[in-house]
Design a protein around this ligand. Structure first.
Ligand SMILES: NC(=O)C1=CN([C@@H]2O[C@H](COP(=O)(O)OP(=O)(O)OC[C@H]3O[C@@H](n4cnc5c(N)ncnc54)[C@H](OP(=O)(O)O)[C@@H]3O)[C@@H](O)[C@H]2O)C=CC1
Ligand SMILES: Cc1cn([C@H]2C[C@H](O)[C@@H](COP(=O)(O)OP(=O)(O)O[C@H]3O[C@@H](C)C(=O)[C@@H](O)[C@H]3O)O2)c(=O)[nH]c1=O
Length: 296
């Protein structure tokens, strides 16, 4: 994987490789003709610009998937500097280095860039107005990436879960065992996304050659369908056979440090047409994930 004039394979750098998405990339994006280099903050801290620079000086990368992020939504309210460093400043620096080395950048963002004061699915160009520090830091990251490396693809996704890492599905399964009764917010509406399905989109994106000229910019990706957190929890308990009394509550009954949007469903027409993919319903994806979890 040392520098060479020939590029017989696509060399891909993945940051944040031990996160939910990083692990799914490991499972679903490795194939012949690709060399994926997986890094986490122990071997490549994305806030360390010198370390990133020396990685790019040493190796040639055709593409970089930035799956690293600060994702603790409530904690970010107090940890503002770190959230902005990881989610905004580091992606900006990474974008600059990718641009300099002619490396395609794939960056991941969130539905929490929206304020949720609507009831129709968000289009990519709709105005953003994040309500939380996490959302603001991710939005600043999007803007910095686009300004620095206009050819980058930013995939905004929502309510990500997988069989590993910490996520709403695993929290519900744990609480469902511990408690007899559980209240879950029913007035925040969005779409759950199985990280495996996002990894499959990335697998498709990695197959695209520069010659195809897929434009840089923001693309919305989640599973199909719409749910409240309550609907999501209801399906988690149904598919896992968990017996717990589930109560729909409203946002005021479950105060959290960070404010979350009441509505963050995203329109996925652009990603489906551009990358020529179809997307399955969140219920189908969730059922598969839960079956995987029950087997392990
Ligand atoms: N989780 C969700 O519900 C959603 C996530 N997203 C976005 O999707 C992307 C992937 O999220 P997800 O996989 O869930 O996130 P995770 O929190 O599971 O993974 C993020 C990874 O990034 C690593 N990381 C943190 N700081 C650094 C750093 N300075 N250098 C290198 N690595 C670092 C973390 O390591 P460690 O844990 O050791 O700190 C972790 O392994 C992110 O951009 C996120 O904002 C979008 C919508 C929903
Ligand atoms: C645990 C729990 C949560 N909730 C609510 C709180 C919140 O509104 C909602 C989800 O809570 P969580 O803290 O698990 O999820 P949260 O960290 O808010 O999830 C978000 O993470 C970031 C990274 C994103 O980018 C978003 O797309 C989104 O997935 O469920 C309940 O109502 N009852 C409960 O028992």
């Amino acid at each position: 994987m040392k520098k060479s004039a020939l590029k017989p394979v696509k060399n891909i750098l993945v940051t944040g490789a031990h996160g939910q998405l990083g692990e799914e990339i490991k499972r679903h994006c490795q194939k012949e003709g690709r060399v994926l280099v997986f890094t986490d903050h122990t071997d490549l801290d994305i806030t360390d610009v010198r370390a990133i620079n020396s990685f790019f000086e040493k190796y040639t990368f055709d593409c970089c998937i930035n799956a690293a992020a600060y994702t603790a939504v409530d904690k970010a309210e107090e940890d503002v500097e770190k959230a902005f460093l990881v989610n905004a400043k580091a992606p900006e620096a990474l974008a600059g280095i990718c641009k300099e080395y002619d490396c395609q950048l794939i960056h991941i963002s969130t539905d929490f860039v929206f304020d949720g004061k609507t009831s129709v699915p968000y289009q990519e160009e709709d105005a953003t107005a994040p309500l939380s520090v996490y959302g603001k830091s991710k939005r600043e990251g999007e803007q910095a990436v686009m300004a620095t490396h206009p050819g980058a693809w930013i995939f905004r996704t929502s309510w990500l879960y997988s069989t590993q890492g910490s996520n709403f599905v695993k929290t519900m399964l744990r609480l469902g065992k511990e408690k007899e009764q559980l209240g879950v917010i029913a007035d925040q509406i969005g779409t759950p996304t199985y990280a495996k399905d996002l990894a499959l989109l990335l697998d498709r994106a990695l197959d695209i050659s520069k010659e195809e000229g897929v434009p840089g910019g923001v693309y919305h990706f989640s599973n199909e369908g719409v749910a409240s957190w309550y609907d999501f929890a209801h399906a988690i308990f149904e598919y896992s056979g968990t017996k717990v009394q589930l109560l729909p509550i409203n946002t005021l009954q479950y105060p959290t440090p960070a404010t979350r949007p009441n509505y963050s469903v995203m329109d996925k027409t652009k990603v489906k047409e551009t990358f020529r993919i179809s997307i399955r319903h969140w219920r189908e994806a969730l059922n598969e994930c839960i079956n995987q979890l029950l087997k392990s």
